[in-house]
Write a protein that binds this ligand. Sequence first.
Ligand code: FAD
Length: 304
Amino acid sequence: MNKEYTDIKQELIFHQIKYLENESMKKHTTFGVGGRADLFILPKDLLEIKATIDIIKNKNINYYFFGSGSNILVDDNGLRGIIISLKKSSKKIIFDNDKVFVDCGAMLGTLVKKINQHNITGFESLGGVPGTVGGALIMNAGAFGAEISNYLISVSTINMEGKIKTYKNNDIDFAYRSSSFPKNELLVSAVFKCNKGNKNTIKNKKMDASKLRKKNQPLKYRSAGSIFKNPSQDLAAGYLIDKAGLKGKRIGGAQISEKHANFIINIDNASSNDVISLIELVKKEIKLKFNIKLELEIKILGVA
Ligand SMILES: Cc1cc2nc3c(=O)[nH]c(=O)nc-3n(C[C@H](O)[C@H](O)[C@H](O)COP(=O)(O)OP(=O)(O)OC[C@H]3O[C@@H](n4cnc5c(N)ncnc54)[C@H](O)[C@@H]3O)c2cc1C
């Protein structure tokens, strides 16, 4: 490690900010795949986030943001530079009249559970989406017709100069599994609108979504959820992959799920290379058979 890393580590120690060195990304992604990252930093609140940014801001070093790593595939060679992860960061969820204020380190599932307990409707089917609120906003996470941006009022971010900015919903372009937040800004908190609903209707919607998820998704295995975006609203990537006869196809320790063809599962110590080889195979076959270019939903990090 060069002097820049030594300086960063000393400052992190001085500020008592938790970091892990040469850390395997298998432990920090739901895929359980990937090489080591030089420094994996886990600030516990906004003060520590600001201090971390202050420490790295004038250094010539790569940085990456992580929520809980449920939509990320890291290369086998790992990541050079630092990762700032909010998965151990503050998770405040505060209800105030018709709004809820939430830290981006809070888990989406916990937010949805609390929202449901307050008889607020609109978020029911998002309860089973793994990950943090920050990751969900970047991805515009959605399930069974609902998207996290639907009830969003505003989001606050911090940039690499340590400046806090607030965006209203309309300032950001949200689309199917994408958002237009600037790449160099870390999402730190958000405000959502709360619409009261009927207790039983909310409970039933939640149960229906959870049943569908259990029925259709290979939740026993490690994965990053859907690998590809659906080409259109009425054409699912999983349908095409199934029709191409690729269900069950295995490369090394990675396999296209028999249960849901748009999931690649880590069945036996898969490498990132195994997963990427399957991705390339699927892309090639779908282009050849249907003349459709599949786009990735997951984020691949560390591949040159
Ligand atoms: C079993 C399974 C089921 C899934 N089902 C669904 C589903 O139904 N619908 C759906 O939409 N997704 C689904 N996913 C994918 C995943 O759960 C979502 O994309 C989730 O919102 C990602 O959140 P995260 O905190 O894990 O983000 P990460 O995977 O850690 O990060 C995702 C992206 O967001 C960026 N990011 C994360 N946090 C921040 C932040 N605070 N500031 C700036 N950038 C940030 C990262 O750099 C990365 O580009 C599923 C995944 C799994 C494993």
